[in-house]
Ligand binder design. Structure first.
Ligand code: ZN
Ligand code: ZN
Length: 113
């Protein structure tokens, strides 16, 4: 049984620390994908912020950067905003991928970092 505390709902990356998960999401998923643009080098704090940036600068954001297809419409930050069904789907996906049964270990609410 693989105990999982934190995972990225967008790509399935498993993290040991909540802080690490937030950093991963900011740099991997909340970052503008338009290259060579002066204002587009910095990661955003949330998907909403990235969407607003796209709306203003590039038009609608069609796809969350580097997200697996099923998670395109999700709006989560760290583990916040995840529904039980999202967690269940993730656990099934881990099992398919690794052949191991995973268990989600819910942590106490981490204060906003
Ligand atoms: Zn991710
Ligand atoms: Zn941009």
């Amino acid at each position: 049984m693989l105990p999982i505390k934190y995972f990225c709902a967008y790509c399935g990356k498993i993290c040991k620390q909540h802080r690490g998960l937030l950093k991963h999401q900011r740099t991997r998923h909340f970052k503008c994908q338009v290259q060579n643009h002066e204002y587009c080098r910095y990661p955003f704090d949330s998907l909403q912020a990235l969407k607003q940036h796209y709306y203003k600068m590039h038009g609608a954001l069609k796809r969350i950067p580097h997200a697996s297809k099923c998670c395109d419409q999700m709006d989560v930050s760290g583990m916040q905003g995840l529904k039980q069904e999202d967690i269940d789907r993730f656990l099934r996906w881990v099992k398919q991928r690794t052949k191991k049964t995973a268990k989600y270990v819910q942590q106490k609410q981490t204060p906003q970092e």
